[in-house]
Write a protein that binds this ligand. Sequence first.
Ligand SMILES: Cc1cc2nc3c(=O)[nH]c(=O)nc-3n(C[C@H](O)[C@H](O)[C@H](O)COP(=O)(O)OP(=O)(O)OC[C@H]3O[C@@H](n4cnc5c(N)ncnc54)[C@H](O)[C@@H]3O)c2cc1C
Ligand code: SF4
Length: 839
Amino acid sequence: MEFQDGIDSAQASGEDFFVPVDEGREHLVVIGNGMAGCRAVEELLARDAGRYRVTIFGAEPHVNYNRIMLSPVLAGEKTFDEIVINTREWYDSNGIDLVTSDPITAIDRASGTVTARSGRVVHYDRLLIATGSDPFIIPVPGKDLPGVISFRDMQDVDAMLAAAAGGGDAVVIGGGLLGLEAAHGLTLRGMKVTVIHLMPTLMERQLDEAAGWLLKTALEARGQTVLTGADTAEIYGKGKVEGVRLKDGRTIPASLVVMAVGIRPSAGLARDAGLAVGRGIQVDDHMVTSDPRVLAVGECVEHDGNVYGLVAPLWDMCRSLADGLTDRHTGYRGSVTSTKLKVAGLDVFSAGDFSGGSECEDIVLRDAARGVYKRVVLKDNRVVGAVLYGDTADGAWYFDLLRKGEDVSDIRDRLIFGQAYALGASAADPLAAVAVMADDAEICGCNGVTKGQVVGCITAGACSLDAVRATCKASASCGSCTGLVENLLALTLGGEVEAGPKTMCKCTSFTHDDVRREIVAQGMRSIPEVMHKLHWSTPDGCSSCRPALNYYLLCALPGEYVDDQQSRFVNERMHANIQKDGTYSVVPRMWGGLTNPRELRAIADVVEKYDAPMVKVTGGQRLDIFGIKKEDLPAVWADLNAAGMVSGHAYGKSLRTVKTCVGSEWCRFGTQDSTGLGVQIERMTWGSWMPHKFKIAASGCPRNCAEATIKDFGVVCVDSGYELSVGGNGGIKVRATDFLCKVATEQEVLDYCAAFTQLYREEARYLERTAPWIERIGVEYVKQRIVEDDVGREALRARFLYSQSFSQEDPWAERAAGRHADLHQHLEPLAPETLAAAE
Ligand SMILES: Cc1cc2nc3c(=O)[nH]c(=O)nc-3n(C[C@H](O)[C@H](O)[C@H](O)COP(=O)(O)OP(=O)(O)OC[C@H]3O[C@@H](n4cnc5c(N)ncnc54)[C@H](O)[C@@H]3O)c2cc1C
Ligand code: SF4
């Protein structure tokens, strides 16, 4: 593109560059590639796509992403790719020139140009400033030490992830939304977190005292330390952060300090350019600054004396701005804000003025045992404020009443019980509740989508939740409005709603994916807690859901969740495979298929001593000892253990074998030491629980004697490195692997293997092998996560190794030492999984 070429050459030469006038189109230059800047451009394109030539400058290296979703990225619930709002293709296909990693450093209004840090100068006809906010850093000693960061962008998240990979202590200064999100994410990443908050209650600007207290109690129950009324005196450390000292003298050790005490409109550029700036860049109702050619939008602006720190008002601003730029004359009149948030997986909502006062009346419902608190503040029989904690379903309705200033005298006695009850029995139907919502009522706060827009996209053909998410983005972010969107689907389509994925089992209406997501989001810690919170229809679940829940909790809470043996299939409880005559077969691990005289002797001794009728070499290069009586199992484990052998997990939904060929050490064709590599892989992966059985193989050359291309993870050594492939299966339905990538070193093989294994562990459904999983999600997705996303791969690898640090304990050794002896006494099979093959 000619224009882009111009920019590049200007950058290369360092010369000033003036954009040529393009067919008479005005050039709109946007400073800031964040939520408001990009949304403003989207609104503009929707009104008149060809009207302006658009260039966007971003200080960050990324395309436009959903900043709200940085918290789920930190918590490991989403990847960066999943929070991208507009891809490169979007910019290209709309003819937008995006310049990343190059912040604008000066605006020259006289010449109508902006200058970037690289020295690049660009001419504008209209300029839009959308620079967002700067995090506020409290000026205490030590604030500049390495290890002190804010929580504002992807770079901060990367820094937190890197710090969390080493574990240890973290201090979060600030108990507002951002601080608590950071604390939650770091806790999930394995750090021991202390939150320091100056005020007596958490999130005091959004929650009243009672709700703040409930929140604090819930966070403490999850293992965080929350210090309220705590004032930071200094951050100390030699060369890097070592801890935080409070004014009362207490010290809290920390290798990471996250400062999340507030934000300030980023208005320095505008101020330097001589624009009118108060608390933010001052704008009129069309978002025009004191210079008619310069506009501003987002958190950096001040409108009518107000600055905003949430997305919903930004969407209103962007609409008015785009109207103004296309000669329409609807003005922005300011926003009444409501806050519907998931703080660390806990639902909170607040709107309006809830401080109360002599002229106000409070209606309060408190059910501490259920973790529910609701407070509605009335003035002259009209709702002026609301705080909800735990159950926020009626937030949109209270907010609607507040915005419209409706007289609620008629429903006052029922108001606190929510819309369905307050509007009478007929409205107890959840569909009736959404039916009465106004078209401009906001459904999805994260993406600024109204009821009218959701219904519009459903009537235009989006017949499922996923289709709605893909088209108008409602429910595509934090998910707290999913119920509302589903009700709108049902209301609009009647019986035509497309069925979603199947539920987990007859005990619940949730799918596997829902349950996994909720376990993480709500920080659930045990099977009974999941069943209770997700309203299981059976008291103890069934043989389908119990093992799945046990696995999901194990995967989500490494080192914390205590495995529930009673929720395992009989083979896993007995650490051996039950055979059709009721005896067991026992398979010791042979690392990479290697063995030695001591191991062989121990196996031979066990065979003789316990009269085992058969020993069989399995397809996975191990020896399977058949016909062991149940009562002899502990003694067999003990004897094999004494010879240094550990369980081969031939019975488990876990890593089974790492098959190898002889490789370069012996074979004439071998290009690398595939046996040694196989041993390393097995040492890294053994003991890991999986959604299903998992097999690995390493072949020393493309002759592929270890059959690596029908394994869950396969390595084929070639002259120049290692070819990795995934998703193979040699079982009932044979499937060859998909090629993943080629790497150069053994260390990379290990890294990619760990990352892929963890991705499978975290995202596949229980009892789904890698082959159907990859067919369901597509190998491109796996490549994107493992090959293209270096940071994501590293995070997955780190989570795998962290989890392995707890799971590589040999169950045979534990049982042989007498632990859990009770568990293999009166066992009946949970399910008829009796004929599992031994590898
Ligand atoms: C972790 C986190 C969680 C949040 N959660 C919620 C939530 O749940 N609900 C909610 O409503 N809001 C939430 N917010 C707030 C929300 O993200 C902001 O209100 C919104 O992003 C503001 O949009 P903006 O475009 O004004 O600023 P931003 O999205 O911050 O965009 C500004 C962009 O401008 C760039 N920039 C700055 N200076 C320059 C320059 N000189 N040259 C070029 N580029 C520049 C910045 O790098 C940035 O990319 C959250 C914010 C964070 C950080
Ligand atoms: S795969 Fe290659 S290196 Fe390995 S045994 Fe077969 S021929 Fe030899």
